[in-house]
Design a protein around this ligand. Sequence first.
Ligand code: CP
Length: 332
Amino acid sequence: MVNLKGRSLLTLRDYSSDEIRFLLELSVKLKEKKRKTGSGELLKGKNIVLLFEKTSTRTRCAFETAAFDEGGRVTYLTNSQMGKKESLEDTAIILGRFYHGIAFRGFKQETVEDLARFSGVPVWNGLTDLYHPTQALADAMTLLEGVGKPAGETKWVFCGDGRNNVAVSLMIISAKLGLHFALLCPQELSPDPGLVQEMTGLAEERGGSLWIGRDREAALKEADAVYTDVWVSMGEEDRMEERIRLLKPYQVNRKLMALGRKGCLFLHCLPAFHDLNTGIGREVYEKYGLESMEVTDEVFRSSGSRVFDQAENRVHTIKAVMAATLVEPGSL
Ligand code: CP
């Protein structure tokens, strides 16, 4: 039996294929449980802190509602002393005395790793510069739910910045699960070659594959789903002009979707710039004349779009991560 009690989730690189499959199976079970009974007591008596340095809608709310559903209690902390009046080490030790688990969202992977090192309790990465592991779990769950085929017969394609935390996390989870994963990205925004080599080996051992390049037809051939993310991540706002130049040819639109299989699904971690109903979207329109960025409104709102299922699955997968790392496997 897989036993994750006491483990942190800092990156999916630290998790075996069996452990990831276990988390996905538990997520499906917890989704069904919520649908049938609404709530449970898996996290009863557990105190959880969300230490967030960056803004969030889905990740924060998914951690909170997942905890509430199973009887946990949550503190949302955005103005701590950490790194200002108090060292990371001291803050981590204190939070570890108060809480059973810590969710962190912030600028550096190093911070989430140090929190895990010093706190003595499970720490969950809710996004750093390098990885977004809880997002990738929800994405894989949504893909497999939506496509309905075994991992070794399922292909998805990420279009955009191939070095961003979401693209890299998708590459890792795909390799571990033996999915077929294609990364359609400009040469300038390609992921670390060392990681690519490692993940190619892992994917092939598990019956999957990893393809990286710029040929749209090759990338989209037999694709079951297309995934994209924003062109500029949090903290990179001054790069907008450069990213528009590099990524405009990689926009997900009707023409690109038509290169995939019939009924090809569309995925996005959200938030998305698909219309002019955001402040940044309007600024980009006024400056560069783009009505949408990484995905057109038409594809975003199409029948193949699974973006809101994906957002909902953040709750079920995060709940699975917290439960698996906080309670005995026999109670799950
Ligand atoms: N996808 C995601 O991480 O959403 P938030 O930034 O709203 O948490």
